[in-house]
Design a protein. Structure first.
Lengths: 176, 176
């Protein structure tokens, strides 16, 4: 049942059995850009949405971890890669699917990397050979554009943006 | 019932009736430091936890909004104050209570402010008269220390940190 609890301002899903209020709040997706000299690591997705397209390692933050630890865990799970977090780099709001992306810059500790269970292939790319037309998500595309632009300028700044639904797309619920 | 769903790595709460998986992920708390010349706005809390202590306007981000819009909404709700968001300023992980704080710098648009329903009192403070010993949360204390330090240095940088449980406190679940 959905109703506005006493003292609240928005309708919430409330269990009719036990009166528990099930708050539904935005999810944080944490990930990183793993760097090795001039190249960065990308993962080719083995799962929907956007199977076969490339992304940075990222996924839902879990309870009990920090944002940086979540980004490291996702990088290990998706690319069997160990990274040291350098700094937060980009925050993207995706309000139409209730998600917030937080991506870090990270230093890859070695090149002993391989595809995890949700990944078809792991590879290292420089700006020139990056598969710009085969990136899975707008967040990844925007973040990587900023990344290489900042690298040219010699200074990495923190970026924030909002991803709107794509007018011609039928899968706006599939941004992750 | 809690078990590890197929293809997952962590136990989740699963409804035995409909097999819905109830993911429990960290919550984002969004807020801001509302600035007016050399002073900032703080709210004296009317609700637990930490009733009677001072905080910046902040609260749980809601579905369908951006982090900045959530910070503006909370500022309006708690202090009847209108702000323009300047930039993201601080991110704090509080892993033991599954929260992530994101606080912005913001420009107060006028001084027509007053206590909202969850606030006892709203007031403007400069660094010298700020109630440092009556701040509600470690996130607020740390953020404001950075804020005034950055102001002295003439440059506001983005800060990230992690709040650990307080060893002598019994209310570590009450950080918000």
């Amino acid at each position: 049942m959905r109703r506005i609890p006493s003292g609240d301002t928005l309708p919430r899903t409330i269990c009719e059995q036990c009166n528990t209020i099930h708050y539904e709040n935005p999810n944080l997706i944490v990930g990183c850009i793993p760097e090795w000299e001039n190249r960065i690591l990308l993962c080719k997705r083995a799962i929907e949405p956007r199977v076969g397209l490339w992304t940075v390692p990222a996924g839902f933050m879990e309870n009990g971890e920090t944002t940086a630890a979540g980004a490291q865990r996702e990088t290990l799970e998706e690319a069997n890669a160990r990274v040291e977090i350098i700094a937060p780099y980009a925050l993207y709001n995706i309000p139409h699917i209730n998600q917030v992306y937080l991506l870090f810059r990270a230093k890859l500790l070695d090149l002993d990397v391989s595809a995890g269970a949700e990944t078809l292939q792991v590879d290292m790319f420089d700006e020139d050979d990056l598969p710009w037309d085969e990136l899975a998500f707008a967040t990844v595309r925007n973040t990587l554009r900023h990344y290489f632009s900042d690298r040219h300028n010699g200074e990495f700044r923190f970026h924030m943006g909002t991803i709107e639904p794509m007018p011609t797309s039928h899968d706006t619920s599939h941004q992750v």
